[in-house]
Design a binder for this molecule. Structure first.
Ligand code: MLC
Ligand code: AMP
Length: 478
């Protein structure tokens, strides 16, 4: 029996081919049969271009039904899907292309020049003329399905290798744990280039043969308009903050809803409580990461506790090295290692085979995990990870900058706001606006600091290490 992820999902929707799979904002509808045909076309296109199982396919594309078909087409042909955030700029993309060495790439028309070195360059229109039949390849559980780039402490991104086995185990675990049932309709507003939107949301809907109300991006009024037709919604905390800011969000609007899931960043207790008051729904918070998919989840049946991410999901082991201490995880969800970086992979696993998440947590007496901090220097802004080191390297290269430190400070919309603290060389004249302008051409927009503060020197401890906690205190009040 094949363990190809697409084949396993297709077995779930085989009896529902005439049912609606995707409905876009403008009302266009696609059936599960269209998803089968569409994914076959991409698989045929890539095979005709000479790609063989294991080859990488990079995609920096808008969120459209064809983007789903492309991803599934890659699974069907045994290719490794490498999604990139559409906010990435040319120099960020160049790094991923050099590292992943894709045989093919899909990109937006305006960015074709960035991808010119890739042997086969396509747009999402290019599969239209291909055959709608394709025999999905057999895949072993250990075969690669996707590379998800995620940064480390060095600021250099690493490709987390996710296998068919990783993704399918997590998909079916979540499908069960969150009580998916006939009649469910997923309101899909997350981007398709990260774990939350591409795997958690998409896979659970497909495993349930559910229709998805498919929005190009999160927009509170668009979500509000569709909530009455949906039963399940998944989002980052910023989505909930923005929904709460709309006075139309109330019990009546959410009467048909079964489940609201939050993750990718900490959900404030205040947001959790306000949402419950306004809608009568208790948001279910879960915890995960690119390297391990979903790790823990508040219960579907049972108490959902604010400020916690619930017990480990079935079949997944979590231990905490200390109290509090680093969260470590083991199970079929844990990735196969970092792409072409065996040294980095070894560093991130303990000697007895547990993956070190870099998150600091503690268990309650009855087994609920809380995340109380991060061992890694990371800012999470609106659900996107920003690695300070990466920004600091770009800042330090600006003529006139002596050194810099990047921190996250609390932000009412994004949870944390990226903030830069810069020391200028003597005599240098740089303004906040000039620094931001410089960064905008080099970094994805969500990584660009919301504020740049100039200081005479950075606070350091006796070891000479910059005291970011001191900076966070100073500039949280600023
Ligand atoms: C956009 N902007 C952001 C931002 N997103 N700034 C900080 N943080 C963000 N996340 C800024 C842009 O730079 C721009 O500023 C301005 O907002 C408008 O850009 P936009 O793209 O039109 O913004 P908007 O559509 O409002 O996007 C905000 C958002 C989006 C919250 C809807 O960021 C989003 O969908 N986030 C979800 C991320 C996600 O999927 N995370 C899951 C990762 S998986 P300017 O100045 O340039 O105009 C993971 C594992 C797990 O973490 O456990 O799930
Ligand atoms: P990524 O590497 O983009 O997949 O992001 C994973 C990181 O997001 C985790 O290591 C956590 O730090 C953070 N994260 C995910 N879910 C939660 C949550 N519910 N609460 C707090 N942090 C979270």
């Amino acid at each position: 029996m094949t363990t190809n992820l697409y084949a396993l999902l297709a077995a779930r929707f085989a009896g529902a081919l005439e049912a609606i799979c995707l409905e876009t904002a403008d009302g266009a509808r696609y059936r599960y049969a269209d998803l089968e045909a569409g994914s076959a076309r991409f698989a045929n296109l890539l095979r005709a271009a000479g790609l063989a199982p294991g080859d990488r396919v990079v995609a920096q594309i808008d969120k459209r039904p064809e983007a789903v078909f492309l991803y599934l087409g890659c699974l069907r042909a045994g290719l490794v899907y490498v999604p990139l955030n559409t906010a990435y700029q040319e120099r960020e993309v160049a790094y991923f292309l050099a590292d992943a060495e894709p045989e093919a790439a899909f990109c937006r028309e305006s960015c074709r020049a960035w991808f010119r070195a890739v042997p086969n360059l396509f747009s999402l229109e290019d599969a239209a003329g291909q055959s709608a039949d394709f025999r999905t390849v057999d895949s072993a559980p250990g075969d690669l399905a996707a590379l998800i780039y995620t940064s480390g402490t060095t600021g250099r991104s690493k490709g987390a290798m996710l296998t068919h086995g990783n993704l399918s185990s997590n998909a079916f675990t979540l499908h069960r744990a969150w009580g998916f049932r006939p009649g469910d309709v997923l309101l899909h507003a997350l981007p398709l280039f990260h774990v939350h939107g591409l795997f958690v949301a998409l896979h659970t809907a497909l495993a349930n043969a559910s229709p998805m109300l498919f929005l190009e991006k999160f927009d509170a009024p668009e979500v509000i308009r569709r909530l009455p037709r949906a039963t399940v919604f998944m989002g980052v905390p910023t989505y909930y903050v923005r929904l709460l800011a709309d006075s139309r969000l109330d019990r009546a609007l959410c009467a048909g809803m079964r489940l609201f899931v939050s993750g990718s960043a900490p959900l404030l207790e205040d947001t959790f409580n306000q949402f419950r008051q306004r809608t009568g729904h208790t948001i279910l918070e879960r915890y995960g990461m690119s390297e391990a998919g979903m790790i823990s989840s508040n219960p579907y049946e049972g108490k959902r506790r604010a400020g916690t991410v619930g017990p480990p999901l079935p079949g997944i082991e979590v231990r905490v090295a200390g109290d509090p201490g680093e969260i470590e995880v083991r199970g079929p969800n844990v990735f196969a290692g970092y792409w072409r970086q065996p040294g980095k992979t070894r560093e991130e696993f303990t000697a007895d085979g547990w993956f070190r998440t870099g998150d600091i947590g503690r268990f309650s007496a009855d087994g609920y995990l809380s995340i109380v901090g991060r061992a890694k220097d990371l800012v999470i802004s609106g659900g996107y990870n920003v690695y300070p080191k990466e920004i600091e390297l770009v800042l330090d290269a600006i003529p006139g900058v002596a050194e810099s430190a990047v921190i996250g400070v609390p932000h009412p919309d994004f949870g944390e706001a990226v903030t830069a603290v810069v020391v200028l060389r003597s005599g240098a004249q740089l303004t906040e606006a000039a620094v931001i302008e410089h960064l905008k051409s080099r970094l994805a927009n969500f990584k660009v600091p919301k504020r740049v503060h100039f200081v005479a020197e950075l606070p350091r401890n006796a070891m000479g290490k910059v005291q970011k906690n001191v900076l966070r205190e100073t500039f949280t009040r600023a």
